[in-house]
Design a binder for this molecule. Structure first.
Ligand code: IPT
Length: 943
């Protein structure tokens, strides 16, 4: 057969150095036919002159065209942008009478060197026929797939001719309805590759019994041997008989997106005396515990969808353009690319292998514009085409370590032809996972994939406790024009729930075509060429402009996905390495303190090497003691050496916090003791105990005097007020008064003087399905105990709650409170005008108002600090980084009376009062909805 069966794309070389450098253009066995061709543009294949078919090329009236390139961008026909709707009648059996057709022709000289010559087309849109030296070679389709012909018997040594006829529309156009400009022609490389006896080569990394191996499968009728190279050094070798051979890789360096170690297998074709290099990586993609894992570690996709596009040349991209674009993506901290919605130019995957990106390789299949007549996935006529498109993709791209997932296509409904496609992929490559967004029941897909799902809906599925396939968002954050918003809110849920493994922004780049106008160049969208059917500005929906200038949306995304997290309390900073595989090195923490916009201090601290997921030690910054108001601390992590795509001095992450000033207390010896049940931190006279089971603080003691009678827990309840009478039933139904805390993880770091715990908790009621995810950072330092709390409600959550905050059950009673905040009397969000800010003091018996019917009373809003004096004699001092709510009630939750112990409440927010016993609920702007919340308190004990 002259047309080759699908196989891996490879090149022969004649020396090792060039083979290892992987630059096929430098190989004497690669004969590129790119360049200027003769061209004749016709309105329909019916106009093709007989002379062309007869091989009488001199009889044709030629113009010229650049290959690779598109006809429409070189003056032959016009571009047309549509997303879903077809610009032609929806009828695959009858392509339009007017069907732009291009005739291509060129002469070339060729000298055969090896045994076989293969004519390779990397991409022609949409169908073509090819003749060599006047003889019909064959035809091809599948615009973004490789087509190869064995032309050994047709080529001659010396001058040859090649002629290609390309049609814009074909029945296959109906399977290629991607959201992009309709652009046709030979838009990827055309090459004649000189080959020996190797037909195909597949390398599968395997991990067995603690060892990495590669399984190499060759098809050949010739004498082959293979050597594996790492960093240009040979590390293993063997003969390669036809079939499977296993190599064991000594001292393996795994491939991950963060550590893109590449090996090269160099196959020596001893018969031909030539070499075939093939790069590969040691990496394993698998589902573990319902999560997508890379080398055993759960993956978080911080991805983008990327169309292949250049504003001047459309989908014809040079290697330089691809390299610089993927480098830009990598520098933004993005770790994954979905090749929306077709296999890309082969060189793209080489770059992803080298720079380290996780790729979802998507089949060239999108049929949504056909829904008006039929669903091709249900039609047996199309089954072979669905399957062969998947097979051609898998064969071509098989050896790229960057590809971790195969995608069946985009927006083509779901049906039997997809099932057949998935089965074919699994047969060819059981080593990777399968994605398809249309497969909502995950019948064949390994993951549940959705588009543009709201944060709330992601949470709803995430909290289901049944075993379920992981959720990824193959598209979200529609970056059309100014946008997309809420990227941080998405990232929060990606990080909170193990069943949600991230997503891919729609999309990387605007695909506006560049047009020269009298006012200079501008970028145009659908309709600019007078297209009657077009989708307007929907192609201008990227994180970067067509000229790749980053939009504010990209800056936001970079910040949201940055690889370091900063924790700050007073002059102490902890940095967390958010990479999954990379141990950081040669990094520095830079800081700058400014007051009212003026820099007052700055400096840098070297960061120690940090393991993936690890916290740095507590780093003490040399900050001035006294500063004015509005002090801001800017922090960043920068490289000190060149690291991958990052130059020395590149900023990888940054953050800004309001600076709290330095505490007055002196340094004190600090010890941490840990058991399976507890973490106990002692600093000078202060002891803080944290329960590992709940994550709650269970004791605060000063010089042995214990303040807490039970857990300092996040709670939501308070005694109802009369105006709550119509909402109490709902509160009871949601069981807000009975919450269970569970610690999901706890990480500790310290220096000699200061300790920090990063605690993840889940707080949930019994019996029903909602809860709160909490991220708590707890510092024990000279300032006392500083607690940063962030919370997210999820599941079938109550719409509103009475309060959100900490409840501290005391071993003693409160004698008096001294505070700065609203006073003197109580205040609530919709009742505070009679309570101005000030410094106040009240005794216990003056704190609440004695309502005749006992109920909630006594809240003080806007509290900056407070000292709560207790009967036991040790006082609790509270500082709020932001204004807090403070209340004191009896240990039994009732208004203060003759209880023998009390409780203190430090709340982020409290519910308003309203007058709903007879009138309306509180106004919306005062109500306490179950939105995400965060607040900070610093506690210190004074004896
Ligand atoms: C979704 C497409 O998958 C994507 O290609 C793009 O067109 C995007 O929309 C809009 O810009 S499909 C849509 C029906 C959700």
């Amino acid at each position: 057969m002259i047309k080759l069966a699908p196989r891996t794309r490879f090149f022969y070389y004649n020396d090792l150095a060039t083979a290892l450098a992987y630059k096929e253009a430098a190989s004497p066995y690669t004969h590129s036919l790119n360049g200027t061709w003769q061209f004749c543009y016709l309105q329909s294949p019916r106009e093709v002159p007989e002379a062309f078919i007869a091989g009488d090329y001199d009889a044709i009236d030629w113009q010229t065209i650049k290959v690779p390139g598109h006809m429409e961008l070189q003056g032959y026909g016009k571009p047309n942008y549509t997303n879903i709707s077809f610009p032609i009648p929806v009828d695959p059996e009858a392509t339009p009478a007017k069907n732009p057709t291009g005739l291509y022709f060129r002469r070339f000289t060729f000298k055969q060197q090896l045994a076989r010559q293969i004519l390779r087309f990397d991409g022609v849109d949409s169908t073509f026929k090819v003749w060599l030296n006047g003889q019909l070679v064959g035809d091809g389709h599948g615009s973004r797939l490789m087509t190869e012909f064995d032309v050994t018997d047709l080529l001659v040594s010396g001058e040859n001719t090649i002629a290609v006829q390309v049609q814009k529309w074909s029945q296959y156009s109906f399977l290629e309805d991607q959201d992009q400009w309709w652009l046709s022609g030979i838009f990827r490389d055309v090459t004649i590759v000189d080959e020996g006896g190797l037909d195909d080569l597949q390398i599968t990394p395997q991990y067995q019994k603690g060892q990495w191996q590669i399984e190499v499968e060759v098809q050949a009728n010739t004498q082959l041997s293979g050597k594996v190279y790492f960093a240009d050094e040979p590390i293993a070798e063997t003969v390669l008989p036809a079939g499977k051979t296993v190599f064991t890789i000594p001292k393996p360096h795994e491939w991950t997106d963060e550590t893109p170690n590449l090996y090269t297998l160099v196959v020596e074709d001893e018969t031909a005396g030539a070499l075939v290099p093939m790069r590969f990586g040691l990496r394993r993609v698998e589902m573990i515990d319902d999560q997508i894992c890379l080398n055993g570690v759960p993956v978080l996709f911080n991805g983008v969808n990327r169309h292949e596009f250049n504003p001047e040349t459309g989908r014809a991209l040079t290697q330089d353009y691809i390299l610089s674009e993927v480098t830009q993506i990598k520098r933004a901290g993005i770790n994954a690319i979905r090749t929306s919605h077709y296999p890309n130019t082969p060189y793209f995957y080489d770059v992803c292998d080298e720079l380290g990106l996780l790729v979802i390789d998507e089949c060239d299949l999108e049929t949504h514009g056909m829904y008006v007549t039929e669903m091709p996935t249900d039609d047996p006529y199309w089954q072979g085409e669905f399957v062969s498109r998947a097979e051609r993709m898998v064969h071509r791209d098989f050896n790229h370590p960057s590809i971790v997932i195969w995608s069946l296509g985009n927006e083509s409904d779901f049906g039997p032809n997809h099932v057949a496609q998935a089965a074919a992929i699994r047969r060819l490559d059981p080593s990777r996972l399968i994605h398809y967004e249309g497969d909502r029941e995950t019948e064949v897909a390994d993951m549940y994939s959705t588009m543009y799902t709201s944060v709330e809906d992601i949470e709803k599925r995430a909290v289901k406790l049944t075993h379920q396939k992981p959720h990824i968002l193959c598209e979200y954050g529609h970056a059309m024009g100014n946008g997309a918003g809420s990227l941080q809110d998405y990232q929060d849920v990606f990080r909170l729930y193990k069943s949600v493994q991230g997503g891919f922004i729609w999309e990387w780049k605007d695909h506006g075509l560049k047009q020269d106008t009298l006012d200079g160049p501008k970028y145009v969208w659908g309709g600019a060429f007078g297209e009657p059917v077009n989708d307007g500005t929907f192609c201008i929906d990227g994180l970067v402009r067509p000229d790749r200038v980053p939009s504010p949306g990209l800056l936001e995304y970079e910040h949201v996905i940055q690889p370091f997290q900063f924790f700050v309390a007073q002059n102490h900073v902890v940095v967390k390495n958010l990479y999954h595989f990379q141990t950081t090195q040669d990094m520095v923490l830079r800081w700058r303190l400014e007051v009212a916009g003026e820099k007052v201090a700055g400096g840098q601290v070297a960061l120690p090497a940090l393991e993936p997921g690890a916290l740095s030690p507590v780093l003490a910054l040399d900050l001035p003691e006294t500063i004015g108001a509005d002090a801001l601390l800017d922090l960043s992590v920068q490289t000190t050496t060149q690291q991958g795509v990052f130059e020395a001095g590149a900023q990888l992450a940054s953050d800004q916090v309001a600076y709290q000033g330095l505490p007055a207390q002196p340094d004190a010896p600090t010890t941490v003791s840990q058991t399976a049940a507890m973490v106990t931190i002692t600093r000078g006279p202060l002891t803080v105990t944290v329960d590992r089971g709940t994550g709650n603080i269970t004791q605060l003691a000063q010089a042995g005097a214990q303040l807490l009678a039970g857990d300092m827990a996040l709670t939501l309840d308070r005694l109802p007020i009369s105006n709550d009478m119509n909402v109490v039933a709902e509160r009871q139904k949601k069981r807000i008064a009975t919450l269970f805390a569970r610690c999901e993880s706890i990480q500790l770091t310290q220096n000699d003087d200061t300790v920090m715990l990063a605690i993840r908790q889940r707080v949930a009621p019994p019996a029903i399905n909602w809860g709160i995810e909490l991220a708590v950072t707890l510092w024990v330092s000279a300032a006392g105990v500083t607690i940063y709390t962030k919370g997210w409600f999820d599941g079938e959550k109550p719409t509103e709650v009475p309060r959100i905050g900490y409840q501290l059950p005391l071993t003693t009673t409160v004698k008096a409170v001294d505070w700065f905040g609203r006073g003197l009397g109580e205040s609530y969000p919709d009742s505070l005008d009679a309570a101005p800010l000030g410094h106040y003091q009240l005794n216990r018996d003056q704190w609440g108002f004695p309502y005749v019917v006992p109920q909630e009373s006594g809240n003080r809003m806007g509290v900056r600090w407070a000292t709560i004096m207790t009967a036991q004699g040790s006082n609790l001092h509270v500082d709020g980084l932001n204004p807090l709510n403070l209340n004191v009630v009896g240990g039994d939750g009732q208004p203060l009376g003759n209880q023998s112990a009390d409780q203190v409440r430090l709340d982020a927010r409290v519910q308003a009062l309203g007058s709903n016993s007879c009138g309306p609920l509180p106004l919306k702007r005062y109500r306490l909805y179950t939105d995400p919340f965060d607040f900070t308190v610093t506690l210190s004990l004074q004896k």
